[in-house]
Design a protein around this ligand. Structure first.
Ligand code: NAP
Length: 320
C-alpha cells in the first residue's frame, strides 16, 4: 500500500487541492478522474486492488480495514476524500449482507473518521435506493412529487439499507465537513450498466420485456462527475440530490436506447413482480433537483442528453 500522486491539469478549479479518490477503478471514477485531472487536482487514487486510471496509478486500500484506511489517509494528506468505493450488486447484496454493510457502511465510516483526524473534508456518493420502503413515497409518486433532501430514508432492500447506514456514519464523523451526493440509475461507459445490457440484449434477441412500474432518473456518470467537481471546488456542505432531469420507467429508457441505437428489436413491458429479482426496488425514486440547481445556478442535464452523451462516448452514435 503506497500513496502515489500526480498533478497534470491545466485548469485551476481544483488547483492546489489534494484529493484522495477511493473506488478509482469503478464506473463513476472512470469519468470523474479525467475531469479532476483537467481541473488541476493533485490526485491520490485507491481501490480494492492496484491498477491505473487515466495514467494515474491506483493503490490498493480496502476501505473496510480501519487501520489500513488510517495509514493510507495519513500518508496521502488529502484536503478532500471522494468516496466512490462501494458494493453495488443490488441483488447479490440480499445474500452477501455482511459484505454489503462492510463496504457501503463501515468503509465510508472508516474514511470519514480518518478524514476527521486529518482535518480533511469528504464527498460521499449515496443512492436513490435509500428509498422505496414506505407507502408515503408511493403517494408522492402518484402526485409526481420528487423526493426532497429532507425526506427520511426508508430503504426496501439490503443495498439501500447499507447505503443509508454509510450516509449516517459519514454525517456523524464529519458533521460540518461532509458532502453527500445522492444519485440514481447511473450509467457510463466504464462499467456494466443498463445501457450496455440493453445494447447487448437488443443484438441477441428480437424482443425484450422491461419493467414499467419503477420510475426514476437515469444519470450519466459524466453529468454526476461534473457536478462533483463543482461541489468540491466550491467547498459545498451537506446533502445534495444529483441526477439528470426528468424521470421515466426502465421500459421507456430501454425503448429510447434501442431507438437511438437503430435496432429493430421490439420492446415490451413487464412488471417488477413478473421479473422477480432477488432484491426489492423502489417503485418511485425521483429526486428533487431544486437544491443542486440553485447551488449550480443552472439546470442539470436531461436524461436524454445523458443517454446521447453515453452513446456518443461508446461509439454507438456518431457526431452529426
Ligand atoms: N451504479 C448505479 O446505478 C448507482 C446508482 C446510485 C448510486 N450509486 C453509487 O455511486 C457510487 C459509484 O458507483 P459505481 O457504479 O461507480 O460503482 P462501481 O463501478 O461498482 O465501483 C465501485 C468500486 O469500488 C471498489 N470496491 C469494492 N469494495 C471495495 C473495498 N472494500 N475497498 C475499496 N474499494 C472497493 C469496486 O471494486 P470491485 O469492482 O472489484 O468490487 C469498484 O472498483 C457508489 O457509491 C454507488 O453506491 C450507483
Amino acid at each position: 500500500m503506497n500513496a502515489t500522486s500526480t498533478k497534470l491539469g491545466t485548469s485551476t478549479k481544483l488547483g492546489g487541492k489534494r484529493l484522495l479518490l477511493t473506488g478509482a477503478s469503478g464506473m463513476l471514477a472512470g469519468d470523474l478522474v479525467p475531469l479532476l485531472i483537467d481541473a488541476g487536482a493533485d490526485l491520490v487514487l485507491s481501490d480494492i486492488a492496484e491498477g491505473e486510471n487515466s495514467g494515474v496509478p491506483v493503490s490498493a486500500c480496502d476501505v473496510t480495514k480501519e487501520a489500513d484506511v488510517c495509514r493510507f489517509v495519513e500518508a496521502s494528506k488529502p484536503d478532500w476524500i471522494i468516496n466512490c468505493a462501494a458494493y453495488t450488486k443490488v441483488d447479490d447484496a440480499q445474500v452477501e449482507q455482511e459484505l454489503a454493510f462492510r463496504v457501503n457502511a463501515i468503509g465510508p465510516g472508516n474514511l470519514a473518521s480518518a478524514a476527521a483526524r486529518s482535518e480533511a473534508r469528504m464527498l460521499h456518493v449515496s443512492s436513490d435506493y435509500v428509498f422505496g420502503g414506505d407507502a408515503s413515497a408511493d403517494a408522492e409518486a402518484m402526485l409526481g412529487k420528487p423526493i426532497l433532501e429532507e425526506r427520511e430514508p426508508n430503504p426496501c432492500g439490503i443495498y439501500g439499507q447499507s447505503k443509508r447506514f454509510g450516509d449516517e456514519l459519514v454525517r456523524r464523523a464529519l458533521p460540518d465537513r461532509h458532502v453527500i451526493a445522492r444519485t440514481s440509475w447511473l450509467h457510463g461507459v466504464h462499467g456494466p450498466s443498463f445501457v450496455a445490457a440493453i445494447l447487448r440484449l437488443a443484438d441477441e434477441r428480437d424482443e425484450l420485456r422491461i419493467v414499467d412500474d419503477q420510475i426514476g432518473s437515469p444519470t450519466w456518470t459524466v453529468l454526476l462527475a461534473e457536478v462533483i467537481v463543482e461541489l468540491v471546488s466550491r467547498e459545498a456542505r451537506g446533502l445534495f440530490n444529483v441526477t439528470s432531469r426528468g424521470d421515466i420507467s426502465w421500459y421507456e429508457f430501454a425503448k429510447e436506447i434501442v431507438a437511438l441505437a437503430g435496432c429493430s428489436t421490439k420492446v415490451g413491458t413487464q412488471t417488477t413482480e413478473e421479473l422477480n429479482r432477488p432484491a426489492p426496488r423502489p417503485a418511485y425514486s425521483t429526486l428533487s433537483l431544486e437544491k443542486i440547481e440553485a447551488f449550480l445556478g443552472r439546470e442539470c442535464g436531461t436524461w436524454q442528453a445523458g443517454l446521447r452523451g453515453h452513446l456518443l462516448q461508446c461509439g454507438v452514435l456518431k457526431e452529426a
